[in-house]
Design a protein around this ligand. Structure first.
Ligand code: SAH
Length: 222
């Protein structure tokens, strides 16, 4: 892939990316750090060539294996909520790497990203994409994210990109005191709510934020 392809042109150009940023601002995203990183990250390299011209629409798009790249607004929103009130996040766990777009955004805003995916070909795609962007602070695991990733726990932040019906216990256990988890919870095709869970010394504070639509959180590996 050439520099020109990374930069994009026409429907994948910087101008098109700028329009996406304007839409994110209109929808209420305010964190300058998030907006700046999304403005410079080429989302079109994360989707198939045939969909590249739609990469900067504010929609989820298919990435194969029945999965989707998350909608730019939801990526921005979850990242903004993760960073809120925090100057730095040494370790962030992401469950549901998918094609690696959210991973790439996070890697430019936090110190280290640990990303878990249960579908191997998707993980491979994500590795290719984030290598193209020369992001070096990401570690990948091919695993069922229900178990988190104990090796590097505790995490200052946990971001989950698929919806379980209940928050997996291991993820709560691997959240550091003072850490924050963003997770959609609910039935597939039913009501799902984005929750922000903050761990204090003695308890987990749960805030129910937005109604959302995510692919289901599935057990086991494929
Ligand atoms: N942020 C990703 C979202 C991909 S969709 C992107 O923008 O590309 C959600 C992803 O979560 C899918 O790739 C799906 O395979 C993965 N997933 C679902 N359940 C999982 C689990 N238990 N462990 C790890 N990954 C899971």
């Amino acid at each position: 892939m050439t520099f020109r392809h990374l930069q994009g042109s026409g429907m994948t150009s910087q101008r098109t990316r700028n329009r996406m940023i304007m839409r994110l601002i209109e929808k209420g995203i305010t964190d300058e750090r998030v907006l700046r990183v999304m403005q410079t990250t080429p989302r079109h390299i994360f989707v198939d060539e045939a969909l590249a011209s739609r990469a900067y629409e504010d929609t989820a798009l298919p990435i194969g294996y029945n999965q989707t790249i998350s909608q730019p607004y939801i990526v921005a929103r979850m990242t903004e909520l993760l960073l809120e009130h925090r100057q730095s996040l040494p370790r962030v766990l992401e469950i549901g790497t998918g094609c690696g777009y959210q991973t790439a955004i996070l890697a430019q805003l936090v110190e280290n990203v640990y990303s878990v995916e249960r579908i191997l070909p998707l993980q491979k795609k994500a590795i290719t994409h984030t290598e193209l962007l020369q992001l070096k602070n990401i570690r990948y695991a091919y695993s069922d994210g229900s178990w988190g990733w104990a090796e590097f726990a505790p995490y200052d932040g946990i971001l989950v990109a698929a919806a379980p019906t209940e928050v997996p216990e291991a993820l709560l256990q691997q959240l550091a005191v003072g850490g924050v988890m963003l997770i959609p919870v609910g039935e597939q095709g039913g009501d799902q709510t984005l929750q922000r869970i903050t761990r204090t010394e003695n308890y987990f504070e749960v805030e129910e934020l937005d109604p959302v639509i995510f692919v289901p959180f599935l057990a086991g590996k494929e």
